[in-house]
Structures are given as structure tokens and as C-alpha cells.
Design a protein around this ligand. Sequence first.
Ligand SMILES: [Zn+2]
Ligand SMILES: [Zn+2]
Ligand SMILES: [Zn+2]
Ligand SMILES: [Zn+2]
Ligand SMILES: [Zn+2]
Length: 296
Amino acid sequence: MERLQVDAQALEEYAEYRRIVGDDDGGKLFTPEEYEEYKRKVLPARLQNRLYVSWRSPTGMDCKLVGPETLCFCTHRYKQHKTDYEVLPKERPISVPCRVKGCPCQSYHFVPLNGTQPVRCRCKHFPDQHSAAPGFPCNSCSKCSGFHSSFTCACGQPAYAHETVVETKEERLAQGKPVGQDVPYAAMGGLTGFSSLAEGYMRLDDSGIGAPSAELLEAPITSMDHPFLKAFQGPSSSAQSMPQIAGSSSATGQVSHRKQSEADDMAYFEKRYQERLKMEKAAKRKERNPVPSKKP
Ligand SMILES: [Zn+2]
Ligand SMILES: [Zn+2]
Ligand SMILES: [Zn+2]
Ligand SMILES: [Zn+2]
Ligand SMILES: [Zn+2]
């Protein structure tokens, strides 16, 4: 019982750490001091200068709210782009360049999926066969003048007529678009509330699933993705949600794809972090308390 409580708390603390730090620790967990320093340094500007990213139809509708895990045309995720600004750029459109070394992507650019499949260019080649450099020329043929998809979005408009929009809070408010609450989390992009968690990103408010179940905590480390998948079981009436996922163990499409890569990302750090927390907790207990821990 004690072990499970520690695990649930460690999981929650780790999730919170990862939401705030994103990849900014370069793959090496911050010490508690570094973590505090990071928060002191980064959060004020992040809260003030958040950029909202969405994929907008010519009808004005945001057909996709870009979140931390949403893939860019350059094949990297939104969170791998430069999403924190100490001072907001003056020029428009605001560029959100990719931070992955060697990537030619100059600004985040969303490409839709057709169900689980990438959409094809009119040259018949897939997005990743094109260069992510400006103009998106095809690397696999010479007849392509730049990626152009006629795939029809749920809004009825072709993909090519949509635009990846990057805007400030003030700019969104001026258009009457939702901005959500101020959150300290990295690379939130266009996510503005619980209903925009269709991406399967970790739940961000108290209306979700609560502590992970004992069953989950006893599962092998490779299924650490479950709490995030379980976020789908929360109530959501948004058109952005994917109701077929709820309660299903055979999640399909974008979500299962994402689930897998997140599991890869997370498993290693998760394990290390949990081990460290457990050790710290055990040490503290020993130090101050020879009495056996209380049972629930
Ligand atoms: Zn990139
Ligand atoms: Zn990119
Ligand atoms: Zn081509
Ligand atoms: Zn092409
Ligand atoms: Zn659309």
C-alpha cells in the first residue's frame, strides 16, 4: 500500500515536472535546485508571452489546436520548436523555428493526417519526402513546386487552404477566440482547456481521472503511457475529441501512434525519476521516523 502511494505521487510529480520543463533539461533531470531556478527564470515570460498555435480554415475556424506533441511538417513535435520568448517578436507572422539540430524548419507548420495516414502531396509523395525548408520542395521528384495537399478537412475545405496561425493572447482575445487559463506548462500552443485534450496530452485540470489505479501502478514500466491515454475517458463534448478512443483498449490512429512514441520518450526518464524519488523518500523516512508508516 505504502509503495503504491509513493508511486502515485511520484508519477504525478514527474508528470508535472515534464509538463513544465518539456525537453529543456536536455534529457538529464534537473536537480531540485535547478528545477526551482528554471521555474524562476522561465515561467514569468512563458505566462506573459505565450503563443497560441492553430491550424485555421479559410472559414475562420481553428480545425486543429496544436499541442506539445503535435507533429510539424518537419517531423518534429511542437515542443521541439522555440516556444518560449522572453520578448515577443515584433514581426508578423511570428516564426516558431525548430530547435532540432540541422533541421531546416523555419517555423512550425501543421500537416493534417487522413485518419492514421499522412496526406499526400499532389506530386503523390508524402510530407516527409519533402524538404522542411521554406517552400517545402519535394526530394523525391522534380515536378513538385512545393508541398500541396488537396485532402479535404472535416470543415469541408482543402488542406492547402488552411493556415498554421501563431498569435499572442491579445491577438486572440481581439478576435473573440478562447485563450484558456494561464498555465506554466511548456509548449501549450493552442490548447486552451480540457476539451482540447484530444491530442492525449496529460490532463491539465482537476476534472480528470485522479490518481492512477493500483492495477496501473503494478503494470510493467512499458505501460506508463496509460494515465495519459486514460485522459480520454474524461467528459468532453468538443468536436476536437475522439470519442471512439474512450475506454477502448484498441485505440487507433494518431493516438496510438502518439502513445507509442510518448511511451518511448517517457519510460526511461520515468523510471529514473521514480527510482530517485523513492530513494529520497525512503531516506527521509528513515531520518525522521523510526515508526512504521501508517496504513490507509
Ligand atoms: Zn524540425
Ligand atoms: Zn518544424
Ligand atoms: Zn514529389
Ligand atoms: Zn510534392
Ligand atoms: Zn478545416
